[in-house]
Every structure is written in structure tokens, then in C-alpha cells.
Design a protein around this ligand. Structure first.
Ligand code: ASP
Length: 341
């Protein structure tokens, strides 16, 4: 064999490796909440605003990945756009709790290392997903709540915003309606618990799952929770394994919906566990888990992505704000149940 041929044989595996890295799919999926989102409930103008903001968040995340950035950075970039928009129930525009203030929860997970961070019940953090990430990266803990989380933020030099920054008139109106219904006694009886959190009053939790060019998955979720929530109530969004989960071995998941049910099912981890223990494909696993939520009486949905670039956007509510952009397929933005899943 000539030296030339020997060199060629040596370089061949390297070239194949480089080609497979270049072909490897990357991209992200986002959601802006699930719920009773029907055509009759959104004016064409409002609908266009949602679609435009979803596309902006999607592209912000994709730009990070395209440049070779990390999936964790894509997740925070996409979520920051939605947290800063009054359209979604996260950051600015969050729903009000029973005391008439916004109380925010968020979590993030790195699929490469399974490191995770979460905050719950914070009142003055402009972008709670960033603080969740700092809990993951700069503390020894996974979850911090309330004042403690804000003291930690201050120690890192975070600028605190007044709670009024998050408050919007239409969310205040939703609180008023929820409290009027509650007073009239028509809601929250043991017989009809499904009516307690009026399903229409909490659209807009945001989340993102991303796969970067290095093959690493990440997931994040940020929310104001549910309108009229009481007594320091915390939902699934900041709970690792319920609202958020990521592992390169299986998938990345971000959930939205009636948090009490999502916690009880352990939604995000349940999807990953089916893949891990049974080899169930992503879509089938997501559908089975959402069916479990439905059987208990809950509603909502998930976005999920695996390391091969397979996507699931599964929900049992009439709609879910959602968008996907992957290197190997055209981008889509959807809202209603009859659009592409
Ligand atoms: N899952 C959120 C919560 O229960 C709300 C939502 O996603 O709509 O706090």
C-alpha cells in the first residue's frame, strides 16, 4: 500500500465523523402555554401578535444554535423573548395570585450533565429563567424559593424590578373574574374540582427544548402559575421531572397545563422514563403521558425533543401556542388543535 493510500485510509474516519457532525440535526421547539385557545377567543390582530412573537422567540433561539451555541443558551434566549412580552404568562404579563401580585416560577435542565436549577415564588426577578440557570450554575442547590432566591439574585448583582413591571390590565381583569366566580360559590366544590381553576384563565406559560450541534439537549420553563393561586401555591413549571426535564440519553421536555396534575403524574420524567426503560419512541411516550394527565382530569400539553431531532407537541386542551424550527425541516408556528402537531 502506498503512503498516499495509507494516509487516505487514516483520514477517512475523520472525514466521516466531520460529515456526520455537519448532518446532525439541531434546532428547538417552544411553547407559549396550553389551554382553551379557540379561534372564537382570539381576534385576528391578537392572533397575529402571538404568531409574530412566537416566531421571534423561535428565531432568537435558533440563531444561537446556528452559530454553534449551546442548547442551554438557546433555551434562555427563546424564553427571555417570551418573558419580556406581555402576551405570555411569564415575566411581564404573568397572571395575578389571590393577593393581586405576580409570583413567578421557572426551571432549567442541562441534558448533557443533568444539572438543573429552579426558582419559585419570586416577585422581583425580571427574567426568572436566568435566575434558575444561575441556581444551576452558581450555587450548590437545585431549587430556591421566595425571599431566599431573591437574596441569592441580589448577591449576583441582579437588578430587582418592582412587581408592577409584571402587571397588566388584562391579567388583572382575569383575577377579578376568577374572584367573582369564587365568591358566587359556583366553583370549587369537591364534586366539581375541575371548575376551580377556570381553564380559560391561565394561558401563556412559556417553555423551550433545544438540541445543539454538539448533540446536547436542554429544557426550560417559566410561568406566573395560575390566576388566583393562594398560600404560596407552586405548580409544575419549576419542578424538575414534572414541568421540565432533560437528559441526552432520552429527551428534553417542557410542560404547560394544570400544574397540580402535571406534578402528580411527574409528566416530564414520565416521558423520559418510557424511553429509557421500554425504548418507547418520543411521540408515543408523550401521548401516553398526556393521556394519564387526562385520565386524572387534568389538561395541558408538552413539547419534547430527542437527541435524533424527533419532535413531539402533544396536548389535550383545545390549543397550545407552539413553534418548531429544526435544521432538517421547515419552521412552523401553530396555535389551534387542528393545526400541525
Ligand atoms: N403549569 C402552570 C402551572 O400550573 C400553568 C400553565 O402552564 O398554564 O403553574
Amino acid at each position: 500500500m502506498t503512503t498516499f493510500m495509507k494516509t487516505l485510509l487514516l483520514l477517512l474516519p475523520l472525514a466521516t465523523l466531520a460529515a456526520s457532525a455537519a448532518d446532525r440535526p439541531y434546532g428547538l421547539v417552544i411553547h407559549g402555554g396550553a389551554g382553551v385557545i379557540e379561534r372564537s377567543a382570539l381576534s385576528p390582530k391578537r392572533e397575529a401578535e402571538y404568531r409574530a412573537k412566537l416566531a421571534e422567540a423561535l428565531n432568537a433561539g435558533y440563531a444561537v444554535l446556528e452559530k454553534g451555541g449551546a442548547s442551554l443558551d438557546a433555551v434562555t434566549a427563546a424564553i427571555n423573548v417570551m418573558e419580556d412580552s406581555p402576551l405570555f404568562n411569564a415575566g411581564k404579563g404573568a397572571v395575578f395570585n389571590a393577593d393581586g401580585i405576580c409570583e413567578l416560577d421557572a426551571s432549567i435542565m442541562d441534558g448533557r450533565t443533568q444539572a438543573a436549577g429552579a426558582v419559585a415564588g419570586v416577585h422581583r426577578i425580571k427574567n426568572p429563567i436566568n435566575l434558575a440557570r444561575d441556581v444551576m450554575a452558581k450555587s450548590e442547590h437545585v431549587m430556591m424559593v421566595g425571599d431566599g432566591a431573591e437574596i441569592f439574585a441580589r448577591s449576583l448583582g441582579y437588578e430587582m424590578v418592582p412587581n408592577e413591571y409584571f402587571q397588566t390590565d388584562w391579567r388583572r381583569e382575569q383575577l377579578k373574574k376568577a374572584q367573582e366566580k369564587e365568591k358566587s360559590g359556583k366553583e370549587r366544590t369537591a364534586a366539581v374540582p375541575a371548575d376551580y381553576f377556570t381553564r380559560t384563565l391561565r394561558w401563556g406559560t412559556v417553555g423551550c427544548v433545544a438540541l445543539d450541534r454538539a448533540g446536547n439537549l436542554a429544557a426550560g420553563t417559566s410561568t406566573g402559575g395560575m390566576t388566583n393561586k393562594k398560600f404560596g401555591r407552586v405548580g409544575d413549571a419549576p419542578i424538575i421531572g414534572a414541568g421540565t426535564y432533560a437528559s441526552n440519553a432520552t429527551c428534553a421536555v417542557s410542560a404547560t397545563g394544570w400544574g397540580e396534575f402535571f406534578i402528580r403524574v411527574g409528566v416530564a420524567r414520565d416521558i423520559a422514563a418510557q424511553m429509557e426503560y421500554r425504548g418507547t419512541p418520543l411521540q408515543a411516550a408523550a401521548a401516553a403521558t398526556i393521556a394519564k394527565v387526562g385520565r386524572l382530569g387534568g389538561d395541558g400539553g408538552v413539547i419534547a425533543l430527542d437527541a435524533q431531532g424527533n419532535v413531539a407537541m402533544e396536548f389535550n386542551s383545545p390549543g397550545m401556542y407552539r413553534a418548531v424550527r429544526l435544521s432538517h425541516r421547515p419552521a412552523t408556528v401553530a396555535i389551534y388543535g387542528d393545526e400541525a402537531k
